[in-house]
Design a protein around this ligand. Sequence first.
Ligand code: IVH
Length: 679
Amino acid sequence: MANIPEHVLSDYERLKDELNQHNHSYYVLDDPSVPDSEYDRQMRQLQDIESQYPSLRTSDSPSQRVGGEALSAFTQVHHDVAMLSLDNAFSQAELEDFDRRVKDRLNYAALTQPPEIDYACEPKLDGVAVSLLYRDGLLERGATRGDGTVGEDITANVRTINSIPLKLVGDHIPSLLEVRGEIYLPRAGFESLNAKAIAAGEKAFVNPRNAAAGSLRQLDSKITASRPLEMCAYSVGQFVAETRPDSHLSMLQTLASWGFKINEHMQVVSGIAACEDYYQILAERRDGLAYDIDGIVYKVNDLRLQERLGFVAKAPRWAIARKFPAQEEMTQLLDVEFQVGRTGAVTPVARLEPVFVGGVTVSNATLHNGDEIQRLGICIGDTVIIRRAGDVIPQVAKLVLDRRPANARPIVFPERCPVCDSAVVRAEGEAVARCSGGLFCGAQIKQAIKHFSSRKAMDIDGLGDKLVDLLVDREVIFSVADLYDLKTEQLQGLERLAEKSAANLVAAIEASKATSLAKFFYSLGIREVGETTGQTLANNFGSLEAVIAADTEALLEVDDIGPIVAGHIVDFFRNPDNLSIIQALRDAGVSWPDIDQNAQASQPLKGQTWVLTGGMDIMSRAEAKDRLQELGAKVAGSVSAKTAQVVAGPGAGSKLTKAQSLDIPVMNEAEFIEFLNRV
Ligand code: IVH
């Protein structure tokens, strides 16, 4: 070893240690510490050193074994035919090298016209390898790969997987058959499993492969049974039968005939150039598949050629895996910024050291909310795993705790809005924190103005979304109150606004000043306060001042107002900036008729639920609804035993039939109008 440089020796020892640790985390703990891409990179470095200095290679080198150690909790199983791994290729050039090696080994150079090799192409499923032993057609044993020679007995668990036949069907069933394949969790199953785990306050799985591995390593097979795992066969190990198929393709077709699932994209092509075409096609289809794949496996199709080619220590000479660009990569969390959305939601955004993952360079990723930051347990300065699968937005999937630097800083969720400095509040039971400066906050202002001027709110005709954007962007207005100071001359200067329309808009703004208290509440854009709640507030409190003064308890006394809405209302009116904008609106002349508290007490339809169905010829449905609500009624969308009255116009259908069957009084539009005139 004297001629091996010192730095190579120390690199080699470090790589061996790190790879062994990764192996342990990955295979034994089901908790990968680094993304596959990082693992592959380190393995390549190790292999490079070993090929340059073969004397270094020892039996404990991670390059010499296929997997990790078997877990002791399951019975150990010896694989009579070793379960090997595959060599990887990361480019077409490396695939061409493979093809050359195959041809050299088969002595094709000696032929005057060497034929192309037929390759079976299959997606490389991203799951867990399994061995299934069938004796006389009955499933006897299921085992994991383990270290390739000794695996774990997971028979009870594999029996729960529906796509694994318990008994083979069809003809010429071999006396002994060992089927090998991949157990995996389709994406939809993964999503629903994680949704359930999160709802139950449990830890989510990082990716479908991890979830499949975790599901198989359950001592209680009932848990495995509840996981929507699938199994796809891709080769055979032990095989004792009268006849044997002569190609990989016919072997798989035979397995399919005995009841196994085989991959639907499997295809045999001639020559290595066609393998590249297959790769491109599958790379394009990858995002649309129902399951994760991490590359393509190419196998010499002719089984006699496979036999002639044989194996090296770790992998067959007749197969290779071409890997897709990684969907997980490691990078550093440089900072966390907090963005305020149009609805006031305050979202933490991770600023990352740019990293190439899933085919794009990622430098930002959403962290969703405070709970997500806690779940991940991340600090600024940490190394994190970024995952980008398909078109899905990049996610921070996991923290790599081993790499936490000494100067890592905790992430502090702001108490004040970074845009307007209003208090940030988080309603009970909600994951999202929001800025409470609804009318005042620069981030929410466009949304607030568009909502304020919409038809069912202050109904300002001619103030379209584009114009609102323009007025805010040009800093002509800063709040809803500024609308009432707009002058025709100011508007005329703006693009696309003729003199006439500018004047019309000013007139519409003026006309909007006369409104109702219910509409005014709705216009403020308080979270979850829609038209009906606006009306409820007006009916029950009678004045703006009374609602501003109401505390949560007072609001909760009102039917139809629950704790979440009550919380939003209190937060909104506690914000002094919102109050000063309301004052400015009143000063500008926005007003409504007072609701006479006595009249209100005698609201004739209070407590009643009405249903409007069918067409209306004379008044609009919106008008009818407004009138009913003013009279204290609740207007519902469906008929039930609690419905007091149905108004049915032409074309009324199932709601009318239901009302009749429940003996609920029905009136037509003319009768309704007459009724309104009477009350
Ligand atoms: S063939 C002797 N075919 O990839 C060859 N493997 O390192 C045995 N894999 O963990 C493997 N899809 O579980 C083969 N269509 C496929 C595969 C596949 C996924 C996995 C296999 C193993 C790894 C190879």
